[in-house]
Design a binder for this molecule. Structure first.
Ligand code: BMA
Length: 324
């Protein structure tokens, strides 16, 4: 086990951040951010959210051997909105999360389709990141920040997502739902509630990258949105779910673990935002890819065992405190 010293940051930013910005793209765009990340053919593949100069987002592939530099960015979108056949994509597709499903020999991309009724959860599958098969909208608006687990539980697929209640003041919480076919979802349960009051994750939370299988459970990295008089502040915290039964929350961090600090995180199209949609584990090292201020893509690394160890000692569920 790596022991984390007091006050040392759990995530270390890459000193060459940001790793990708709109000026690196082979075509004109407003911004590139919030990318899914997976290891494919011994390379890192990012499925990046690119916002064009109309304001509509699409997804574009970038590949790199070391996952840090020399990105080869495709000259046209891998997945662009198709509102004629998929009206839910009228205002774009955003914030992908990718899960490898070994049982089916494919990747599932869960993304936000920006429909007339608001953002909703949509799914597409791919075997090669060249052709995609859309499954369409699977959750009605408003719902986003969704990702699949890579395995079934009791024969059913499981998905984490973040529906928003129409009742104001009810909060935006993280839910888990189940499906026999990835298309029809039920068994809806609240998994993590947004905290209240002064907490860093009061009122609005959402999953960041897909759940990560570890020896101690499914590790979740989630964002908490603090509403301040200076605007929203997006920070990240950790939670752990039972390996066999992901509806059971085993741990939840009291403190946040990552917060906007550097200029590329504090100033952009939306200030003070760190928004990861992908992480890749190699040995004990996690590479976290995140959007900075809705403008660029940045990289940070952490020790997986270090995160698990820290979470154990910062597990709010074991603390004798009143949260609400
Ligand atoms: C969320 C999503 C993200 C975005 C973030 C900050 O609601 O829309 O795409 O990065 O807000 O603007």
């Amino acid at each position: 086990m790596v022991s984390i010293k007091k006050f040392e940051d759990l995530f270390k930013r890459y000193e060459g951040n940001p790793i990708i910005q709109a000026s690196d793209l082979p075509y004109r765009a407003n911004s590139v951010f919030n990318a899914a990340a997976v290891a494919v053919d011994n390379e890192t593949l990012l499925l990046m959210r690119v916002e064009d100069r109309r304001g509509i987002s699409h997804l574009t592939v970038a590949r790199s051997v070391d996952g840090i530099g020399n990105w080869r960015i495709e000259s046209s979108p891998a997945l662009a909105p198709e509102p004629k056949s998929h009206p839910e994509e009228i205002w774009g597709i955003e914030d992908p999360r990718i899960t490898r499903i070994d049982e089916l020999g494919l990747w599932v991309v869960v993304y936000t389709a920006y429909s007339r009724g608001g953002p909703l959860v949509a799914l597409a599958t791919t075997e090669d990141f060249k052709t995609f098969r859309r499954m369409g909208a699977v959750m009605p608006p408003e719902d986003k920040d969704a990702a699949l687990f890579p395995v079934r539980f009791g024969g059913r697929w499981a998905m984490i997502h973040r529906p928003v209640s129409v009742f104001t003041g009810m909060g935006a919480h993280i839910w888990i739902s189940f499906s026999p076919d990835m298309k029809h979802w039920g068994g809806h349960n609240i998994l993590l509630r947004a905290r209240k009051g002064a907490w860093w994750d009061a009122n609005k939370i959402g999953l960041s990258p897909p759940p990560l299988r570890t020896e101690r459970g499914w590790l979740l990295l989630y964002h908490g949105v603090r509403m301040t008089s200076g605007g929203c502040l997006y920070r990240l915290g950790l939670a752990l779910l039972d390996l066999e039964d992901p509806t059971k929350v085993v741990a939840r961090s009291d403190e946040w673990v990552f917060s906007p600090e550097e200029a590329y995180e504090t100033t952009g199209d939306v200030d003070k935002v760190v928004f990861p949609c992908g992480w890749i584990v190699e040995g004990d090292t996690i590479r976290l890819y995140y959007g900075g201020a809705d403008k660029c893509i940045a990289l940070a690394t952490a020790s997986l065992s270090g995160l698990l160890e820290w979470l154990e000692s910062h597990n709010q569920l074991n603390q004798d405190i009143i949260v609400e």
